[in-house]
Design a protein around this ligand. Sequence first.
Ligand SMILES: [Zn+2]
Length: 254
Amino acid sequence: MTRQRLLLEEMTWPEVEASIARGFTSVVVAAGAVEQHGPHLPLLVDAARGDRLALEVARRLGKTLVAPTIRVGCSEHHMGFAGTLSLRDSTFKAICTDYAVSLARHGFRAVLFVPSHGGNFEPLATMLDDLRDAVAPGCEVRAYTDLHGFVALWKEAVAEVAPEVVDRVGGHADIAESSEMLCIRPELVRDDLAAAGYVAGFDETVAERIFRDGFRAVTPSGVLGDARGMSRAIGERCIARAADGIAAALRSAP
Ligand SMILES: [Zn+2]
């Protein structure tokens, strides 16, 4: 028997049909972004991290395929920085709906959205009921929507590998995210340009300011946290921790 592929877009239609028949009836959809990530990381960070995260989550859930990552997301709060692309919430919702409806029509029984970009969490939470109404009966839609829980997973991971730099986890282009990129696309990390950004900590107040006034009002470099000290060891632990936490949450979601 040939090896089971998990990446939907690399499969043929008979392979997808056979996989569904064999019980691969769940599918993960990562929702990323193409947006600024400070002076040391490229714009594709959240899209590339979404590809990896979705695969890791699917492996943990078992019998789960991976749909193509939604590469551009809701990044209005990053538009103060050149190159950022942003979808309106209505566009993002339309894309998520069309993904879920398409997948459900082929017989998938669970469509699982995993945001790999902070700006997609709230829109996903808001649209979830409508997504559920839109898909064929018998298919459930779930989403991981705990942004602060996600940042907490990164903090735990960095604390395990390098406790002396755990205060450099800030949630954006920080030591956690930069370390992940050292694992995923190392040739794109300009590590000599890593510097401290806004380091006073990511909490509800900062999140509110960012979404209201834009990222640049809080951090002129576009960095929340500090990427100095990044390493592949930290990155692998961050990816694993995030995937563990998200898989567990998706398993127990209502
Ligand atoms: Zn990011």
